[in-house]
Design a protein around this ligand. Structure first.
Ligand code: HEC
Length: 471
């Protein structure tokens, strides 16, 4: 008997593991992008301060930098490892795929990150203590190191969407995987929006400035930065969308919630209006209002964007070869990786997994629903929550249907054949499809449309020999 290397599934009832990763990642994006944008903005402010002899600009760097130490550096350093912990259990083979291709890239990112953390302390605490040329050099190194962290992470994020060049599949090579059309479009898009976030969050600090003339100057600088970057980001979004795989297009057109593009347009317009208002009336800017705007960015901008990026990557979690449910979907000769689909087709899921209890390996009339639950966890739960809440709740897609046979027909027509573009090819054998259908029918308990579950025992006995003949 051969096995596929699937780990036990981590599943959070009520939300599903995907949303936990998504929540942590969304918050992390706010902290990290704000910090990188601020680092570059500080380099600009430091140059302006020395050129025009405006020490109050250095004072602003100090205040915003101190604020970021807690806001971005402490909280960002908690959510960053949070992404590691959560993805390692939610998607162990996705993370493994990334580490196998990019471990040195990540090590390099760490070097930049350490420079960035030291840099933020230096730029804050060395104002007035080192000569001007040294301080300027620190500001530039700090800015470039911060941007370096972003560049590297985006190469890896783009690889998750799809490997940079098709040759990567046959030849391997991290540069082939790292640089593709999506890398640069995504870098440009994120660069624009990171300045938007820097400008929004900077308002929390600028709003508290007492000196009216200086507050006006800083508020206007932030407003210009925010307006320009929001408009440029909105335009770059089109470029980004044009660099996505074909499956993403199908999802973007048919499968994203209707409110998705609306929410992005509304978020961008509200942000733009906010900056326009504070440019005209800098007195409007208060820490409380700026904090509220930060929440708008988080909830109406980043959350839809991060969840959409996750959806657009479907059915894969990484590199167009690891499915979200952790099955290896295709051969990757460049890395010596073989597709697991043929093995699953031959043996079925339950017999191919190490961590499935012996009593759930073979489907019987008694254990069908339980085997089905185990299959739902392995094959569906990475993308569909098994409760009524959370990410794409599974029961919701079956319209309350409690007819096991009908559900089984759907599973075998759409999933076993790999017919949908956005879901993995899930080669359940007949007995497993029946078991999963029994579980799904049982989930639809409270449906007024289908009050009585259909008797299923006949199918169960018919199903049993099928698995046995697979052994
Ligand atoms: C890679 C992620 C992923 C996995 C794994 C996955 N699905 Fe889906 N599924 C999706 C997406 C994305 C949609 C489309 C969502 C939408 O339209 O709101 C979808 C839609 C559906 C639908 C709606 C009808 C259709 O064909 O679009 C059903 C039913 C469904 N999934 C069942 C399942 C079952 C059962 C499993 C496990 C055997 C499963 N899915 C595994 C991502 C996945």
């Amino acid at each position: 008997m051969d096995y596929v290397g699937l780990y036990p599934v981590w599943y959070e009832p009520g939300i599903g593991s995907g949303w936990i990763v998504g929540l942590i990642a969304t918050v992390h994006v706010l902290f990290s992008h704000t910090a990188v944008g601020a680092a570059l903005f500080f380099a600009y402010l430091a140059h302006t301060a020395y050129r025009r002899d405006q020490p109050e600009l250095l004072d602003f760097i100090k205040r915003y930098g101190l604020f970021l130490l807690v806001f971005s550096y402490v909280l960002g350093s908690i959510t960053g490892p949070g992404i590691w912990y959560s993805t390692t259990v939610a998607s162990p083979r996705g993370i493994s795929a990334l580490i196998h291709s990019f471990v040195w890239k990540w090590a390099t990112e760490w070097v930049f990150f350490v420079i960035e953390v030291v840099g933020v302390y230096m730029i804050i605490y060395l104002v007035g203590k080192v000569d001007r040329a040294t301080h300027l050099r620190i500001s530039v190194i700090f800015g470039l190191a911060s941007y370096g962290t972003m560049l590297i992470i985006i190469g890896i994020l783009s690889f998750m969407m799809w490997p940079g060049k098709p040759e990567w599949f046959t030849e391997g090579g991290y540069l082939n995987g790292f640089y593709g059309a999506n890398t640069f479009a995504q870098l440009a898009l994120r660069t624009a929006f990171m300045f938007t976030m820097t400008a929004v969050v900077g308002g929390i600090v600028a709003g508290a400035i007492k000196d009216t003339a200086f507050k006006r100057e800083i508020t206007r600088k932030l407003a210009l930065l925010g307006m320009a970057s929001a408009v440029i980001g909105g335009l770059l979004f089109q470029w980004y969308m044009a660099t996505l795989p074909e499956t993403a297009e199908v999802i973007a057109q048919n499968r994203l919630p209707e409110w998705f593009s609306l929410s992005l347009v509304v978020a961008l317009s509200v942000i733009f209006a906010w900056f326009a208002a504070t440019w005209l009336r800098p007195g409007l800017l208060t820490p409380a209002l700026a904090s509220a705007m930060t929440l708008v960015v988080l909830v109406f901008g980043l959350w839809p964007e991060e969840t959409a990026r996750e959806s657009l990557r479907k059915p894969y979690v990484a590199g167009q070869y690891v499915y979200s449910n952790q099955v290896i979907a295709r051969d990757v000769p460049g890395l010596g990786i073989r597709s697991e689909i043929p093995l699953l087709e031959r043996q079925g899921f339950q017999h191919s997994q190490v961590f499935v209890p012996q009593r759930l390996k073979t489907v019987t009339a008694e254990n069908a629903a339980e085997v089905g639950h185990s299959l739902a966890l392995t094959t569906c739960s990475n993308c569909h929550s098994l409760s009524d809440t959370g990410m794409r709740p599974l029961a919701g897609y079956f319209g309350g249907n409690r007819d096991v046979a009908e559900i089984q027909v759907y599973l075998q027509g759409a999933l076993v054949t790999g017919n949908t573009l956005y879901m993995p090819h899930i080669p359940l054998n007949d007995a497993e499809a029946f078991a999963l259908a029994s579980f799904i029918a049982g989930m639809n308990r409270t449906s007024p449309l289908h009050p009585e579950p259909r008797r299923v025992a006949v199918n169960a006995t018919a199903a049993t020999p099928v698995t046995q003949s697979q052994e």
